[in-house]
Design a protein around this ligand. Structure first.
Ligand SMILES: O=c1ccn([C@@H]2O[C@H](COP(=O)(O)O)[C@@H](O)[C@H]2O)c(=O)[nH]1
Length: 269
């Protein structure tokens, strides 16, 4: 999917919501455990109930890898279901990969070719040759961890190196990479006070923003300085939506939570 197509969907649906599909078998409704593929059945129900409210879904790959080959099969079924039934939805493999060049090329093939995601999250720590293999794929997007939502972000990302914070150096350096127009960035909603500075460096790039809901970040605070001229934000919520109920009405309640977040977005569209 191109960035222009994503922006068009945001305006059409009046939403820049991304729903995280972080499936934990201990948290999903018990009746689904009796089905052949509980992870896929859970995702399918959530997608069927919420696809009109959001523009993106973000399965976090750890939640699938944790269940071994069955988890990977459920992931494949989920992305195939999305690509077949909702090709207008932007898909994000939250995998946080990145390695030396030839290994990164294999990660890129796994997520962009085999699984056919639109984007993948990448850790920037190994630098240019670890990121560029992902950027080489046309109309695919590489989402670089810039300033993460967790407390540990302060261990390194905000520390100054040669008088500039590391997260700023990551963003500035990444702009020099080949095909950097395919970059997006992760910035946590819990770091709302940093958005003004970040927008000075990347005024138009898309930012994937996790951390609203369960982690306590505020949509209003993020939008104050995070919006760009083409919206430029994908606000993610995972647990706050998908586990709002673990009874038989879980998909309905998830849709209500997604509607609440979408409604909060209206004043910014
Ligand atoms: O900085 C980051 C980067 C990624 N995440 C991921 O986003 C979701 C957030 O889930 P919630 O349940 O809405 O808290 C999850 O997959 C994280 O691994 C992040 O939170 N922060």
């Amino acid at each position: 999917m191109t960035t222009e197509q994503l922006v068009a969907q945001i305006h059409k649906k009046k939403s820049f919501l991304c729903i995280g599909l972080d499936v934990d078998l201990t948290k999903i409704p018990k009746h689904l455990l009796e089905t052949e593929d509980p992870i896929f059945e859970f995702n399918k129900a959530i997608i069927d109930a919420t696809h009109h409210l959001c523009v993106a879904y973000k399965p976090n790959i750890a939640f699938y890898e944790a269940y071994g080959i069955d988890g990977w099969k459920s992931l494949k079924k989920t992305i195939d279901y999305l690509n077949k039934n909702h090709p207008e939805i932007f898909t994000i493999a939250d995998a946080k990969r990145g390695d030396i060049g030839n290994t990164s090329s294999m990660y890129a093939k796994a997520f962009f070719e085999d699984l056919a995601f639109d984007s993948v999250t990448i850790a920037p720590y190994m630098g240019k040759d670890s990121v560029e293999p992902f950027l080489a794929f046309p109309n695919k997007h590489t989402i670089l961890l810039a300033l993460t939502s967790n407390q540990g972000a302060f261990d390194f990302q905000t520390k100054k190196l040669e008088n500039q914070e590391l997260y700023k150096q990551v963003i500035e350096t990444s702009k020099t990479y080949e095909n950097s127009e395919n970059l997006m960035y992760v910035v946590g909603a819990t770091k709302a006070s940093y958005f003004k500075e970040i927008r000075k460096i990347i005024p138009n790039s898309f930012l994937l923003v996790p951390g609203v809901g369960a982690q306590g970040g505020s949509l209003q605070e993020v939008c104050k300085y995070g919006l760009s001229s083409n919206i430029g934000l994908l606000i993610n919520s995972s647990r706050g939506i998908i586990y709002a109920s673990n009874a038989k009405d879980f998909a309905e309640v998830a849709a209500q939570k997604a509607t609440d977040l979408k409604n909060e977005m209206q004043e910014f569209l």
